[in-house]
Write a protein that binds this ligand. Structure first.
Ligand code: ZN
Length: 173
């Protein structure tokens, strides 16, 4: 396994729409394993391939029910939301591509996602609450959308300014 570099916003690569995977092969399985390792090391609960500069519709997530729970990783190829609840909820989100930035984002409270697992089998998952929000957040990445694109422009610009400052500080450090 290998750690991948997480792209930090603002970056045009985060605006790209990722391509559908035509075949789930060993290269895809290795990428998913690397993404999961990268997600854990960055303390994330989800990661999309777009965030590590890979132009493929892949995402990983691991949401445990509590700190003592066993790891519960999901690896999804070509995830697609096929059902969403009418009910929505505002909840705070963060993102490893936007370090230390948080904002409340409105999402559907329940969704059903269809995807291929790492063996290429078609799967469906109905998710609620935080897990539903996480899947919507990661699929947004695959469509070139960041969580700050779903908040007011005032708050978005504030966060972008902070991120640019952070990037400049890192360049000259
Ligand atoms: Zn994210």
């Amino acid at each position: 396994m290998a750690l991948l570099d997480v792209i930090k916003a603002p970056d045009p690569r985060l605006k790209q729409i990722a391509k559908t995977v035509s075949k789930v092969d060993d290269a895809i399985r290795k990428t998913l394993a690397d993404m999961l390792e990268t997600m854990y090391i960055n303390d994330g609960i989800g990661l999309a391939a777009t965030q590590v500069g890979i132009d493929k519709r892949l995402m990983v997530m691991d949401l445990r029910d509590g700190p003592n729970e066993e790891p519960n990783p999901f690896k999804m190829v070509n995830p697609e939301i096929i059902e969403t609840s009418d009910q929505t909820k505002d909840a705070e989100e963060g993102c490893v591509s936007l370090p230390y930035q948080y904002a409340k984002v409105r999402r559907s409270t329940e969704i059903t996602v269809q995807y291929l697992d790492e063996s290429g089998n078609e799967k469906k998952l109905t998710a609620h609450g935080l897990r539903a929000a996480c899947i919507q957040h990661e699929i947004d990445h695959l469509d070139g959308i960041l969580f700050i694109d779903r908040i007011s422009s005032l708050k978005r610009n504030m966060i972008i300014r902070r991120l640019m400052k952070e990037k400049k500080a890192n360049v000259y450090a």
